[in-house]
Every structure is written in structure tokens, then in C-alpha cells.
Design a protein around this ligand. Structure first.
Ligand code: 5GP
Length: 200
């Protein structure tokens, strides 16, 4: 998706060979027009699926997730990372480890919002090792619903997330795929090009 890749190239900051900072349009300040374009692109790519719900994880998945849900005219559900105040029986719970933050969160979704018969599209901002997306997929399966696929805004293709998700049988659609973050951003489907170099 050219608009997104241009934004990454001009505003992304390479923090290390492993981590990209995109605080100016996705992870802190949010660019609504870009989120709208992302929502339209996910909707186009999954137009063959009868999606009934969009599921993401707080907080950075909410922007792209909401715009996708708006475009599809279905509800958005975001999994919570904080401990739920409601009874354990009322929620699906899965452990999700974050390699970026080096913490394991218990993520929860109310049993009221995903039900058998739902076809759920999972959205997240980044795909690294696939922990967050796999945790969300396990929640959909706990609910007896079906995962239509996983939509990722930025995939770090040099990490194992997409392979893990595909081996688990899930369709993955990534709008920008990064081959390397060694000093600068190199996108997967393009030759190394100095014009795509980010500030580092
Ligand atoms: P995974 O669960 O696939 O290992 O990691 C994905 C999650 O970690 C995303 O929800 C995102 O919040 C965070 N994450 C992983 N890598 C990056 C990165 O390079 N930059 C940012 N901003 N977040 C990342």
C-alpha cells in the first residue's frame, strides 16, 4: 500500500535492527485519513469473506481496526490488556507475550461480544513474532467463531510472525512488509533503494 509505505519511509524512525517507531501516525499521534485508507484496503482485501466482527488489541490496533469496522459496517471489539474487573467466567482470557516490551499480558474479551457463528477479522498494527495475533485467534476459537483472516498494518517480514500464523492455518494480509531494519527501512517487495531510507 503505497500511501502507508511513503509514510513509513518519511516518518518512521528505526530504533534498532528489530524495532520501528511510528509514533507520528499510528502509535501515538494518529493520522485519520491514513487510517481510513487502511480500513478501505483491508475491506477490499477481505471482500470475499462474510465478516461479522473486527477484533483487535488495545491500544494501537484500535485506529486501523475502527476504520475497517466502519467500512465493513460491523462492530469493533478490542481485547483489553488490563485485568478485568468482571468475573473470570464472563471473559475469554489468553496470555500474550510481548518481545518488544518484555512483558506477558493476560488479554481478555467479554463472552458477550464474540459468539458462535461470527466470522471475525483480526487486525493489529505490527506483526513481529505473531504472539498478539495468535492470542486473538485463540480467543475467537474459544468463542466457537471463525477467523476470516489477520490484517496487519506493518509486518516485519524478517521475524517469524507471518510464518507462524500461516502454519497455524490463518490467512495473513499485510499492508507494508519490511524486509530489514538494519540502519534503514527496506521493504520486502522492492529492491533496496536509498530513497526509502528512514531517519535513524
Ligand atoms: P508480536 O505479538 O507479533 O510479537 O508483536 C506485535 C505487537 O508488538 C504489536 O501489537 C505491537 O504493539 C508490538 N510491536 C512489535 N514490533 C514492533 C515495532 O517494531 N514497533 C512498534 N511500534 N510496535 C511493535
Amino acid at each position: 500500500m503505497k500511501l502507508l509505505k511513503d509514510k513509513i519511509a518519511s516518518e518512521g524512525i528505526v530504533l534498532s535492527g528489530q524495532v520501528l517507531k511510528v509514533d507520528s501516525f499510528l502509535n501515538h499521534q494518529v493520522d485519520p485519513k491514513l487510517m481510513q485508507a487502511i480500513g478501505r484496503e483491508f475491506t477490499r482485501r477481505f471482500s470475499d469473506e462474510p465478516i461479522t466482527k473486527v477484533l483487535t488489541i488495545e491500544s494501537s490496533g484500535i485506529g486501523p481496526g475502527l476504520m475497517t469496522a466502519l467500512e465493513l459496517d460491523v462492530p469493533l471489539i478490542f481485547a483489553r490488556k488490563q485485568k478485568s474487573l468482571t468475573l473470570r467466567d464472563d471473559v475469554f482470557v489468553e496470555k500474550v507475550h510481548s518481545f518488544t516490551k518484555q512483558v506477558t499480558n493476560e488479554v481478555t474479551v467479554s463472552r458477550r461480544y464474540i459468539v458462535p457463528g461470527d466470522t471475525v477479522m483480526i487486525i493489529d498494527d505490527f506483526l513481529a513474532h505473531g504472539e498478539a495475533a495468535l492470542g486473538l485467534a485463540r480467543i475467537v476459537e474459544q468463542a466457537g467463531a471463525r477467523v476470516a483472516g489477520i490484517g496487519i498494518v506493518i509486518e516485519k517480514a524478517f521475524q517469524q510472525g507471518a510464518t507462524r500464523l500461516q502454519e497455524a492455518g490463518y490467512r495473513v494480509e499485510s499492508l507494508a512488509r519490511i524486509r530489514s531494519l538494519e540502519g534503514s527501512v527496506v521493504f520486502e517487495d522492492e529492491p533496496a533503494d536509498p530513497s526509502l531510507t528512514c531517519r535513524s
